[in-house]
Design a protein around this ligand. Sequence first.
Ligand SMILES: [Zn+2]
Length: 431
Amino acid sequence: MEILLKNAQIITLDEDNDIIQEGSIGIRNNKIEYIGSSDHILEEEYAKVIDCKGRTVMPGFVNAHNHLAMTMFRNYADDMKLMDWLFTKIFPLEDKLTEEAVYWASLLAMVEMIKGGTTTFADMYFFMESTARAASESGMRAVLSRGLQGESGEEELDYRLRENLELYDKYHNSSNGRIKVMLGPHSIYTCSEAYLRKVAGKSRERRIPVQIHLSETKEEVKSCIEKHGSSPVRYLEAIGLLDEGTVAAHCVVVDDADIDILADRKVNVVHNPGSNMKLASGVAPVVKMLSKGINVCLGTDGASSNNNLDMLEEMRMAAYIQKVYTDDPTALPADQVMRMATERGAKALGFENTGRLSVGSVADIIVLNTEKAHYYPKYNIKSAIVYSGSSADVETVIIDGNLVMEGGHLITLDEERILYKAQKWALKLTE
Ligand SMILES: [Zn+2]
């Protein structure tokens, strides 16, 4: 569809870091064909014209680490230690999940994400065909991985890896390139060394990048040193799982040598401040990692360790926690954290042609209503969004050139039905 956004304040996040006042964006064939002044625009050339007076337009958010179907366990078990929470509450309930439950839980996550301005997400879970189907229907951009974990026999583990590869063969670059697939070894503490080596081999052989949880807690690091004589980062480097396409979630407990390795190997790091705070995992040295040139981006992690998928809130938490951690209020300013939530995430997930607004970029765009009291008086719009904004301000969402929400109303998804189904499944799983 040809869409014209007019009379908008535009945060481009392009190379010149331009902010355009009263500008227009023309979208055709899923790409931005025009961005700039509204003066010479021919409205009749567009099938759909959206007046953005009093609105701010920016790139959609990229939630680079998530487990969508864990929306099903949101607020089911809170205020617990990570391992206790995982092994006594989450894993037993996950055993009862079905393909259909994951489908509705994925849709529930997508309703929340689209309404909060997220256009792209990374997911690691199981029954991923259900999530692929949901992503295809919702219109969202996605990176999907079958979570590879388990203490069971080799046959079972091989079966999971095969499932991940089948997911790749079936869905990678599907839906006009909106859906990509990576390999998803869960972590060093849920996968044996032999299994990690096998995944690394497949990743190299098939040229499929990997996403993994890495150095999330002190316990993980301590037991890795006891078992393998090195930190998780050095352990994974030796196994051959760290390279340019790798997406490593958390990296909370990393020392200077670890950070140098992550930088050398060009690993993408996903910071999840909400989850790290809620589970008392600690604070990732984000400022230090950024200063070493690491591509650090932002994610919410699953909804049951956050407990929402709100990237606006995540940006604010990221900025605040770094300021406290470094004892420096200049740490992680609004512009930098906004880039972590958009273009850096897009780069990490291999969607380099999104995450900023410029001619030729793929149109993943959100429109926020900034004509509200908490945006007044108007000074610095990026600060206003990061420090004063709310996901409830997101009105319109365009992904891959298609309208998926307009004026707060979802176009691709039936919100009421999804909430009803999610509640029904939650009751069934916990009965
Ligand atoms: Zn996670």
